[in-house]
Design a protein around this ligand. Sequence first.
Ligand SMILES: C[S@@+](CC[C@H](N)C(=O)[O-])C[C@H]1O[C@@H](n2cnc3c(N)ncnc32)[C@H](O)[C@@H]1O
Length: 204
Amino acid sequence: MVQYLKTKRGYFYKLFKNGKKKRITQSDYKKSKTRKNKYALIGGTDDSKMLIYCHNRIVDLTRANTNHWQGPIFKQLLTERGIDPTKIKVDTIDLVPGGTIVADGFSKSFIDSHENEFDIVILPDCGGLWNEFQKEHNDENFQRLLSLMIELLRLVKPGGTIMFGKIMYEDWFNIFMDAFTNASIFQYSLYRENDIKYIMITKA
Ligand SMILES: C[S@@+](CC[C@H](N)C(=O)[O-])C[C@H]1O[C@@H](n2cnc3c(N)ncnc32)[C@H](O)[C@@H]1O
């Protein structure tokens, strides 16, 4: 949040981050033209958070070996958003210990306690309900999966994105596109072999 503050020495911006105050001159603030630079000026990029679903290992996107088979895709996502991999905290969640969060990522209690927390949430290859709801190609299962996706969207900060992978039925992509505003399809060739397809939703 940015507020104006008039002092004896002129107009300054008063910036709040984690309840702390910081002042910079209006001219310095104006010099940073992009939203990203303005955030960098107030240190906001250090608050960036990403959550990788259904992975029970720690993922390090600053290294060549990220510890996730879709690491190159995650790195591309950060590059596209101009996010420095050293400035984003990457969490992984699984029912099985080994990552940073051990929890049922589809439960109401988990979603309630992490609402509006992440800049990027990604579900590359989930099991559990994600798999369960796709065992049969019918309307009921589609609706169950759609409801789960709407729930999961709560995890994302306004302006952040959630990416749903491992969608088994090709025609469901198009129906999801109709169901969500701000949805797009994201496709990536991993190791020049597999086409990995995601539906990406930006939270308004
Ligand atoms: C296909 S495996 C993922 C493999 C893993 N990403 C990897 O690269 O090794 C599916 C994973 O989903 C996890 N899973 C299933 N239900 C879950 C839930 N409700 N919350 C969190 N993780 C869940 C399982 O424990 C399992 O590790």
